[in-house]
Write a protein of this length. Structure first.
Length: 147
């Protein structure tokens, strides 16, 4: 079985960071994701999706993202049942974020383009050295290319 969600959208409000009694950080926010096609009226609709991020990912989101910012989410869809204040049974659908990342230009996202490490693994950012022209060789135009 496979449960993977990859979303890009804009935050509808500032993210809310809370700490639960065990000391873990949790951040809940909603994003608006445009649908691919316009409706009959010519307007594109949007879906509003609730996202839940935990621990370092939660802290990353609350520190670097605010209302209106474009964000990328990688995670899984989760459901939970609850009873509302009127006693009706409800089901909530939300995406639990494994990874959140900047999308768009540096000016638009308000920071550098790196992703917060997920709770399951940590990846070190790739370091690129500044190359020189001597690192490259000229390809002759007469040679057979494989494409």
């Amino acid at each position: 079985m496979f449960n993977k969600a990859i979303l890009i959208g804009r935050l509808t409000a500032d993210p809310e960071l809370k700490t639960i009694p065990s000391g873990a950080s949790v951040c809940t926010f909603r994003i608006a994701c445009d649908r691919r096609f316009a409706g009959r009226d010519g307007e594109r609709k949007a879906d509003f999706i609730t996202i839940v991020a935990w621990r370092q990912t939660a802290e990353f989101v609350s520190k670097f993202f605010t209302k209106g910012k474009l964000i990328g989410i990688e995670g899984s869809i989760q459901t939970r049942d609850y009873t509302d204040k009127d006693g009706n049974k409800r089901t909530a659908f939300e995406v639990v974020a494994d990874n959140c990342f900047f999308v768009g230009s540096k000016n638009e996202s308000g920071g550098s383009s790196f992703a917060a490490p997920s709770d399951s693994f940590s990846t070190a950012p790739v370091a690129y050295s500044s190359g020189s022209a001597g690192d490259f060789e000229e390809v002759e135009a007469d040679s057979d290319l494989p494409f």
